[in-house]
Design a binder for this molecule. Structure first.
Ligand code: JB3
Length: 363
């Protein structure tokens, strides 16, 4: 079974409109056949079937507004194959035509709020409803039984204040890297979307979920660091990076003082280069690349956006790695090899020839 999801059409938009649906439930489609046409404010995309099979659990109709990552349908090899799709993140359409996130719609119903009175831009968010109710300081992550979060001590000078998005293992590594190598930065708090997560990480308070990012921007916080490694779901890192950017955050490059980065290296934004890593001469890194501990990127490599070179991975000279690909721990990539987009190379592999998009290389 393959689940077909709404793609990221352009970087700063989570939402898109279904302008045409070309298939119907149970229809047999061939690989490359157009399933539907999706439109953001800047582009229109024909979404093709990646595989031949039967359209199942078709969830969209013309005029729908859907979000990046929402399931559109499944494509199965037979009509009787079981299919389960998780709920969409698409906004709910309220009476009167306003659109709200699911959590905002639930609050509107719970408190009997008149949605037309809620101050908002675009979709009505949970934070907008809580602000309307005078509860915006309440932790947005969970029901009110969660202890009130630490207030966000922003301080007067926010020029070097940074918020970390994520509260797991990768966040801990990022915190140490900032403390060790960017003493000019002051970590003001962590936002994390997990329910029932901890209240702090390494002494830094968790101040809420992504719903508080806008509040943080409004209070002058400009810098953010992505503390989510999501090594088994690297495309998520791309989505969350774009979410931070779309809220106006600048995402600085973080380079551990015990990493080696040659002066001729060029890079975009939000790259993280950890202790023991080596990025050699004339390498180019895109945005949001992780060069994890003791990874080696040899001369003239070109590493595209959102790639994760995990600990101890070794790239020979002039290797190219496409966006969102992951090179597993201890894996090596031979001189001049081209690795496509959305590739996963599992730990301990030796790549001697080019790898196509979306390939998964297991041992
Ligand atoms: O391999 C190494 C050296 N590090 C791994 C890193 C690259 O990736 C590490 O061992 C973990 O495998 C992973 O670190 P990460 O992403 O911090 O995973 P974990 O420790 O499980 O913490 C998950 C964090 O990601 C928590 O803060 C979750 O709330 C958040 N998270 C997980 N899924 C998510 C989602 N946050 C959002 N917004 N959306 C999600 O779907």
């Amino acid at each position: 079974m393959n689940i077909i999801r709404a793609p990221q059409i352009n970087a700063n938009e989570e939402e898109m409109e279904v302008v045409e649906v070309r298939v119907s439930e149970g229809e047999h489609v061939r690989s490359g056949e157009i399933l539907c046409t999706l439109e953001s404010t800047k582009a229109t995309v024909d979404l093709e079937a990646p595989h031949t099979g039967y359209v199942r659990k078709l969830r969209i109709q013309e005029g729908d507004r859907i979000c990046v990552g929402d399931p559109i349908c499944a494509v199965t090899q037979s009509l009787d194959e079981e299919v389960e799709l998780e709920p969409s993140r698409s906004p709910s359409t309220l009476n009167g035509g306003s659109r709200a996130t699911r959590r905002a719609a639930a609050l509107i119903e719970e408190y009997g709020v008149d949605a037309s009175q809620v101050e908002h831009e675009g979709i009505i968010t949970e934070y907008a409803v809580l602000r309307h109710l005078g509860k915006a300081e309440v932790d947005l992550r969970a029901p009110s039984d969660r202890p009130a979060p630490s207030p966000i001590e922003v301080g007067d000078d926010t020029s070097h204040a940074v918020v970390i998005y994520g509260a797991g293992g990768h966040a801990r590594v990022v915190i140490d890297m900032i403390r060790e190598g960017r003493r000019d930065l002051r970590i003001v708090g962590i936002v994390d979307d997990a329910d029932n997560g901890p209240d702090e990480v390494m002494g830094i308070p968790i101040v809420g979920d992504a719903g508080r990012l806008s509040e943080l921007r409004e209070r002058g916080i400009e810098l953010a660091a992505l503390g989510i490694g999501a090594v088994t779901h690297n495309a998520l890192r791309a989505e969350l990076f774009d979410r931070l950017r779309s809220r106006g955050f600048r995402i600085p490059n973080l380079i551990h003082p015990r990493a080696t980065v040659e002066p001729s290296v060029t890079m975009g934004r939000g790259n993280q280069i950890f202790a023991g890593a080596t990025v050699s001469s004339n390498v180019h890194l895109g945005d949001n690349v992780i060069v994890n501990s003791n990874a080696v990127v040899s001369h003239d490599c070109r590493i595209e956006d959102h790639v994760h070179l995990t600990p101890g991975s070794l790239l020979a000279g002039a290797v190219e790695v496409g966006p969102r690909s992951v090179i597993g721990m201890g894996s090596t990539v031979y001189l001049g090899v081209e690795v496509g987009a959305d590739v996963v190379v599992a730990n301990g592999n030796h790549i001697l020839s080019d790898v196509g998009d979306e390939e998964v290389i297991r041992r």
